[in-house]
Write a protein that binds this ligand. Structure first.
Ligand SMILES: C[S@@+](CC[C@H](N)C(=O)[O-])C[C@H]1O[C@@H](n2cnc3c(N)ncnc32)[C@H](O)[C@@H]1O
Length: 262
């Protein structure tokens, strides 16, 4: 899915993945000269921020399962004049040198993996002593956003449901759950930072274009073609009811950064 999505991914003009990834890198605060690794790099939102932070004395490696995403990251780094080692690789079993990285970032990836706990053990093993790992996952939506996303619910198979809706035992529903997951993977000094990202939408069409440029495209694909106009109209009503005085609807996405050290 991400290979097919890559040309449009995060290209709708609505600020979403980039501020989340940049916030993760800011929280990790990589130092000049550090060896950085970005896991599930997508189009390179965190990778570029890492490259800028570690500078020419540092190194940046980025991996993604999608060749198209990896190609975009490579192009982004090259256009910004940064050297980088971008590889197509399954984050579940990274074929990378153990203990070789000072900073490992992964923004909005870990919940896609079949066995996050096993993957995280491997990721922590990639850290040099004292090295830092940071994971960005989603916190809560505001109520309007929750209602907008519920327009898909009747058509979604369980596997496509939002990881936050997986029930109280899912590590992805709380700061404590994510901290437990990272601690169990062998990280120390585990802590959480959070922030609320304000995401402005001009209208329902912009919301649809944004959602089609994210993993939510799979949700649209799950809706029968003849029902899609109805889904959009339903979302448009919810967004219109929440419009601010400037005519836009500003939705709020909670973001959770779970940070730890080797
Ligand atoms: C929501 S995107 C996030 C991309 C990027 N980190 C960002 O913040 O914009 C999730 C990314 O994880 C990648 N991904 C999903 N499963 C993966 C796996 N098993 N191994 C490596 N990458 C994976 C996808 O190809 C996609 O690029």
């Amino acid at each position: 899915m991400f290979d097919a999505l890559a040309p449009d991914y995060d290209q709708s003009g609505v600020p979403f993945f980039r501020p989340i990834a940049e916030g993760l890198v800011e929280a990790l605060d990589p130092q000049p000269g550090a060896r950085a690794l970005d896991i599930g790099c997508g189009r390179g939102a965190a990778t570029l921020a890492l490259a800028e932070a570690v500078g020419p004395q540092g190194t940046v490696t980025a991996v993604d399962l999608s060749p198209a995403m990896a190609a975009h990251t490579e192009a982004l780094l090259a256009a910004a004049g940064h050297a980088g080692d971008v590889r197509v690789m399954d984050a579940a079993e990274p074929d990378l040198e153990l203990g070789a990285y000072d900073v490992v970032s992964s923004s909005l990836v870990v919940f896609f993996l079949d066995d996050p706990a096993a993957a995280l053990r491997r990721w922590v093993g990639l850290l040099a002593p004292g090295g830092q790992i940071g994971l960005a996952t989603f916190g809560d939506h505001d109520e309007v956003w929750t209602s907008v996303e519920e327009v898909f619910t009747p058509w979604l198979p369980t596997g496509l449901r939002d990881p936050r809706l997986l029930g109280p035992d899912s590590p992805f529903v709380s700061d404590a759950g994510m901290e437990r997951l990272l601690r169990a993977a062998g990280a120390a000094q585990v802590r959480t930072e959070t922030f609320d990202l304000s995401v402005p939408f001009e209208d329902a069409e912009q919301w649809r274009d944004w959602s089609m440029s994210t993993g939510q495209r799979a949700m649209w694909a799950a809706v029968p073609a003849q029902e899609r106009d109805g889904v959009l109209a339903h979302a448009a009503q919810i967004l219109a009811d929440a419009r601010g005085t400037d005519g836009r609807t500003v939705l709020t996405q909670g973001v959770r950064y779970t940070l730890g050290r080797a």
